[in-house]
Ligand binder design. Structure first.
Ligand code: GAP
Length: 522
């Protein structure tokens, strides 16, 4: 199965098992907007809790806030979003479809890369075990020609973007003979800048002075509350403010399911530090955030850092945490050293002094900021794509069966325990209900008596329930139940009196947080 097929299956699975639905589906959906179903919301809430507790519970010097989505429009002038938060777009005059010019060129480059991969595959087939890929790439004339072509396009694109030369981008599209994927023609408009912020009107009178924006990031709500939190919380630098909330971006290219959405959620933390100490904290947060990701157990090789060569105007260092999604390594989180750009600009635009008096140095200054910023939805996609698995199971009678299993880390799984009476009679449902009454106050549990036990196991594999607890006739005799482990399908008998404490160790987030607190200490 190709990665593309796998991704399609995952999307279908998310819909079938109550994780994620297209928004407004009965009206044919709304582009790049999604709704979370009964299992999706639980997974998302658990991801948010894992992040929130790792920030606010594990760090005495980090506190949380929840600021409004609507903010004073001047905030977006101060932050640079009104002038600089835009993408280069181009329209095809025949299909009327709109594209990001840089994405069209990136796809063209990916096409060349695909041809190089094909040449390598041909070489492998031809030379078998004697194949030396490095030597082959350094000498094969087709590959050398393709690499030269690819690098030339990459360089021209980089130069055009760095110098904000929209004509050069258009010329590159023309020179590469890039055609619209829908109409197939090269009848393009000029490249224009397109601001990604959604706007609306506040109040009953509609005019330009009432224009406000839906926030494109949650970070600015933290910056404008810096003094409120610092003073009321008597916070001493270094300290952080964390926030989880919705953000909105009118993305031109919104694809890959919940990877790039127009309405999404962010988990952001701004860590305020003494100027000059930012690089130490930048390194700390890179390490701490990678540890947070790796603890989920999807495999360290699935993550990498991408350090930015080209920095945003406000940053003096930036890196992305990238994850190997079914469509390749892509950003899931950004860690940015944002200097004093945001607080400094809010001071300038608001006319209010935003400074910190440092009792240790007897100085007033505008703090520097290290930001960690991760998308909740993108993280949800990460967990789902890393967890999705199809396997062939050999049954007791020797026959084989297929199962789809979501190997979600137990602490993040929407449903932790399924309590299943083997049959719907002989007092088993009553006993199972008794067990539910014990477990449901500890962790999200589901009672399920419909269908055969085999079907119920498959259903819970498919939603990622880590433990199924089966009540059978033996339970009535010796007060033990069968605990079935999702990943291995192994079963063990456990005393009902020991059930809650035995299982708690396997699903409770506090044990992971404890481990995390050890690895992220500096
Ligand atoms: N405050 C910094 C900031 O917003 P960003 O790199 O634009 O930085 C941070 O966004 C994270 O938010 C990304 O790493 C990604 O996980 C998530 N994100 C950004 N745009 C998104 C979109 N359109 N849909 C889903 N998630 C998005």
């Amino acid at each position: 199965m190709t990665q593309e097929e796998l991704f399609k299956k995952l999307i279908a699975h998310c819909k079938e098992y109550g994780y994620i639905f297209p928004s407004s589906e009965i009206y044919d959906g709304l582009g790049a907007v999604y709704d979370y179903g009964q299992n999706g919301v639980e997974l998302k809430n658990n991801i948010k809790r894992y992040w929130w507790e790792s920030m606010v519970k594990l760090h005495e010097n980090i506190v949380g806030i929840d600021s409004a989505i609507f903010m004073h429009p001047k905030i977006w002038e101060a932050s640079g979003h009104v002038d600089a938060f835009n993408d280069p777009l181009i329209d095809n005059k025949d299909s009327k479809k709109r594209y990001r010019a840089d994405v069209l060129i990136e796809e063209y480059i990916a096409g060349i890369r695909g041809k190089i991969d094909k040449e390598i595959a041909k070489g492998k087939k031809k030379f078998g075990d004697a194949f030396d890929e490095t030597q082959f790439c350094a000498t094969n004339p087709n590959i050398l020609r393709l690499v030269e072509k690819m690098e030339a396009v990459q360089n021209r694109m980089r130069e055009a973007l760095n110098s904000d030369d929209l004509d050069a981008l258009k010329n590159l599209i023309i020179d590469c003979e890039i055609a619209c994927p829908v109409s197939g023609t090269r009848n393009w408009t000029e490249v224009r800048r397109f601001n990604l912020m959604f706007s609306t009107q506040m109040g009953s009178v509609s005019n330009d002075t009432n224009l406000i924006y839906l926030r494109p990031e949650t970070a600015q709500g933290i910056f404008v509350n810096f003094l409120n939190v610092q003073k009321t919380g008597r916070m001493k630098i270094p300290f952080g403010i964390a926030q989880i909330g919705k953000a909105f971006r009118n993305e031109i290219v919104a694809r890959q399911f919940i990877f790039r959405m127009r309405e999404f959620e962010q988990m952001e933390m701004q860590f305020f530090v003494r100027p000059g100490e930012e690089m130490k904290w930048y390194e700390y947060w890179k390490k701490a955030r990678m540890a947070w990701h790796r603890l989920l157990g999807f495999g360290n090789e699935k993550y990498r850092f991408h350090d930015h060569d080209k920095l945003a105007h406000y940053a003096n260092a930036a890196a992305d945490v990238e994850f190997n999604f079914p469509f390749g390594f892509k950003e899931v989180e950004g860690i940015h050293s944002r200097t004093d750009f945001d607080l400094g600009n809010h001071q300038k635009f608001s006319g209010k002094k935003i400074q910190y008096f440092d009792p240790d140095t007897n100085e007033n200054y505008v703090p520097y900021v290290i930001e960690t910023s991760i998308g909740v939805d993108r993280m949800t996609l990460l967990v789902l794509s890393a967890s999705y698995d199809e396997e062939t199971v050999v049954k007791e009678n020797g026959e084989t069966d297929e199962r789809v299993v979501l190997r979600i880390p137990p602490m993040l799984a929407p449903v932790k325990f399924a309590v299943l009476p083997l049959v719907k009679k002989d007092g088993l449902p009553e006993k199972a209900r008794e067990i539910m009454e014990i477990l449901k106050f500890e962790h999200n549990s589901q009672y399920d008596e419909k269908d055969t036990i085999g079907k119920r196991y498959r259903r819970h594999d498919a939603i990622g329930t880590p433990f199924c607890i089966t009540v059978d006739r033996q339970t009535l005799d010796d007060d033990t139940v069968t605990v079935r482990h999702r990943d291995t399908m192994e079963q063990e008998r456990v005393q009902v009196s020991a059930l809650a404490s035995t299982l708690d160790k396997l699903v409770n987030m506090k044990y992971s947080l404890l481990e995390l607190s050890r690895v992220s200490e500096i």
